[in-house]
Design a binder for this molecule. Structure first.
Ligand code: SAM
Length: 238
C-alpha cells in the first residue's frame, strides 16, 4: 500500500468555499460507508489495484459536487460541474488511474482538471501533478479545493492539448477529455518508460488508449475499452 494516501487535514469542520459561499462540509460515517460500497462496486467491475481502491475510499467525492448532487456523490455516475463539463464517473477515474500504474513521486501531467477530483486521487497516491484546465471558473474552484484538502498540485489555466513543455518529460500523462487523435506534442513530452492514457474517438464514443514510450522514437500502444467523455478542445484537439 502506498503510504501517504490519506487526507492531509482533519475533515471534520473543514470549511470549503464553493460558488463564492462559505459552507461547512463534513465527511460523516454515512459518507465513509457509501465510499466503502463504491469501492466494493469498483472491485466487482474489475478494478484490482489496491492503491487505487484505497484512494477512492479516501477522497470525499461529495466535496467536488454541487449541492443538488450530494445525495448521489457515491453512485458510479458522472455529474455536471458547471460550464458544460462533468466530473468523471468513479469507475472511469479508477480505470485511468489503474492504467497509469502510479508510483510515489511520479511526475504526472493531467489534461482536464475539471473539478479536481482525479487530481486529488493522483495526489493521494503520492504523485507530483501538473494539471491543466481551459475553463477559468473550474480552474479557480479546483485550486481552492485542492488547497483546502491540503494537496499540492500545480494547476494551470490553458490549452492542455499543447502539453506543458516547461516541466517535461513526464513519467505519466493522463487526458481526461475525448481527443480526435493522439497529439504528437504529448508523446514528445513523455519520458522513455513513461505511460500516457488518453480516450480517442469521435464526439459520441472514445476508446481508451494506453501508450508506453519505449525509446526516443518508439511507442507501444494498447487499445482498451470504450468510454464517453466531454471533448478535448484546443489547438491539437477538436
Ligand atoms: N477529471 C475531471 C474531474 O475529476 O472532475 C473531469 C474532467 S472533465 C471529464 C474534462 C475536462 O477537460 C473539462 O473540465 C474540460 O474543460 C477540460 N478540457 C477540455 N479540453 C481541454 C484542453 N485543451 N485543455 C485543458 N482542459 C481541457
Amino acid at each position: 500500500m502506498i503510504s501517504g494516501c490519506f487526507l492531509k487535514k482533519p475533515l471534520f469542520g473543514l470549511i470549503i468555499y464553493r460558488m463564492g459561499m462559505a459552507e461547512k462540509l463534513t465527511d460523516t460515517y454515512k459518507h465513509k460507508g457509501l465510499r466503502k460500497n463504491l469501492v466494493a462496486l469498483l472491485k466487482e467491475k474489475g478494478i484490482s489495484d489496491e492503491n487505487v481502491l484505497h484512494a477512492i475510499g479516501t477522497i470525499p467525492r461529495h466535496y467536488f459536487l454541487d449541492d443538488i448532487f450530494l445525495e448521489f456523490a457515491y453512485s458510479d455516475k458522472a455529474f455536471r460541474i458547471g460550464a458544460g463539463q462533468t466530473i468523471s464517473q468513479p469507475y472511469t477515474v479508477a480505470y485511468q488511474t489503474e492504467v497509469l500504474n502510479v508510483k510515489k513521486g511520479d511526475l504526472i501531467l493531467e489534461i482536464g482538471t475539471g473539478s479536481g477530483y482525479q487530481t486529488s486521487i493522483l495526489a493521494c497516491l503520492g504523485a507530483k501533478i501538473i494539471s491543466i484546465e481551459r475553463i477559468g471558473s473550474l480552474h479557480e474552484k479546483a485550486k481552492i479545493m485542492l488547497k483546502d484538502l491540503g494537496y499540492k498540485a500545480q494547476l494551470i489555466l490553458g490549452d492542455g492539448s499543447k502539453g506543458y513543455a516547461a516541466k517535461q518529460p513526464y513519467d505519466k500523462i493522463i487526458v481526461t477529455a475525448g481527443a480526435p487523435s493522439i497529439p504528437d506534442v504529448l508523446l514528445k513530452q513523455l519520458k522513455i518508460g513513461g505511460i500516457m492514457v488518453i480516450p480517442v474517438g469521435d464526439e459520441k464514443q472514445q476508446t481508451m488508449i494506453s501508450i508506453m514510450r519505449t525509446s526516443e522514437s518508439a511507442f507501444e500502444k494498447i487499445v482498451l475499452d470504450e468510454f464517453k467523455f466531454v471533448p478535448l478542445l484546443g489547438d491539437n484537439a477538436w
